[in-house]
Design a protein. Structure first.
Length: 361
């Protein structure tokens, strides 16, 4: 079984990012094989996967297996910067380029020169920055904000997204030419629910890791707890699993984690789950959704579409703990659309509520 861990795992305990990946499930082993084939090339790579699946870990492994492994690996979250600062952060700026620019500053492309630049959540990059990014990839040079002098760069770009960029292209949120420029080497990272063979190895790793951090004696998972972990749908993926194990170790007795110690959001355990539902959890979820919709159809409610759409926005917003940016990523739409819809349905009650949100990592 192969294992990848984040070098700053302990500093990321409150992040939504995954800090470890295992490759035990057959689908994960296929993924690892693909990574190992693509990594030595110089092609730009695009990693597609839900939040918490380990996209940065995959990007780091691609870098580690490439000829650039001794050069810098620089990770940047495109959604973490205000739109007004994105250009300066990526491409750098000269002294006096804007108010507050008191000295020359190299951008992330220059910082990663000779190595790999990882642009996480590239779907959040504003359209005007997408044009400039495309030009950098084509010309292999950057021009700092406030300067006219191009600076040659030698950088391999690895981008990641949790939204369908092809759909974003159709919707006009992402440039088609940039999409094809990034789509040279694509790595699709399956959600945890689609690689069930990784769940227990990950859980056992987190038990050992958090016991060590907490200064506890070694703990174990009861067979019933293991079954509960395998039954869960893991919408938060690996990060959700780590948080569940961490909490369970804090409350369990006699160093044995029982089902009641596992605090899993919206956990529904059927008395006798169908084998096909366990084998295809996504299909089972779609069947449940269709059944719920059919029940609404039978009621013949007025403005049914509006009702369903409002319910989707409310539930997604609450699932993301009131984070507009994360809600947009979850639904595959822009933050502006999320904000407008939340205002319309009265979910944003005040400017303080609207503006006091933190960008997700």
């Amino acid at each position: 079984m192969s294992l990848l861990t984040h070098p700053q795992a302990r500093e990321l305990t409150k992040s939504v990012r995954a800090t470890v990946l295992v490759f035990k499930d057959p689908r994960s082993q296929e993924l690892l094989s693909r990574i190992e084939r693509l990594a030595p090339s110089e092609a730009n790579a695009l990693i597609i996967g839900e939040t918490g699946t380990g996209k940065e870990l995959v990007a780091r492994h691609v870098h580690h297996l490439s000829r650039r492994s001794k050069a810098p690996f620089v990770a940047v979250n495109c959604g973490a910067f205000p739109e007004s600062l994105v250009e300066s952060e990526l491409f750098g700026h000269e002294k006096g380029a804007f108010t507050g620019a008191t000295s020359n500053k190299a951008g992330w492309f220059e910082a990663a020169n000779g190595g790999t630049l990882f642009l996480d959540e590239i779907g959040d990059l504003p359209l005007n920055m997408q044009v400039k990014l495309l030009r950098v990839l084509q010309e292999r040079e950057v021009v700092r904000l406030g300067s006219r002098t191009p600076i040659p760069i030698d950088v391999r770009l690895v981008a990641a997204t949790n939204v369908n960029l092809a759909d974003a292209v159709v919707a006009g949120h992402f440039r088609e030419d940039l999409f094809y420029r990034l789509h040279v080497a694509t790595i699709r990272l399956p959600p945890l629910r689609e690689r069930p063979g990784d769940i227990l190895p990950l859980a056992e790793f987190f038990v050992r890791e958090h016991c060590q951090r907490l200064g506890y004696q070694s703990a174990t998972l009861s067979p019933e707890a293991e079954r509960k972990l395998l039954m869960h749908n893991w919408p938060g993926n690996i990060r959700e699993l780590e948080n569940a194990i961490h909490h369970a170790l804090l409350v369990c007795r006699n160093q044995v984690v029982q089902p009641g110690d596992l605090q899993l959001a919206e956990m529904r355990v059927a008395a006798a789950p169908r084998p096909e539902a366990l084998a295809h959890p996504v299909a089972a979820g779609e069947a449940s959704l269709e059944a719920a919709l059919n029940a609404l159809y039978e009621k013949n409610l007025p403005d049914l579409y509006e009702h369903i759409e409002e319910t989707i926005f409310r539930s997604a917003y609450r699932f993301c703990h009131g984070n507009q940016l994360q809600t947009g990523r979850l639904l595959g739409i822009s933050r502006n659309i999320v904000r407008a819809r939340l205002e319309k349905i009265g979910e944003l009650e005040s400017p303080g509520t609207r503006n006091g949100l933190l960008s997700a990592g």
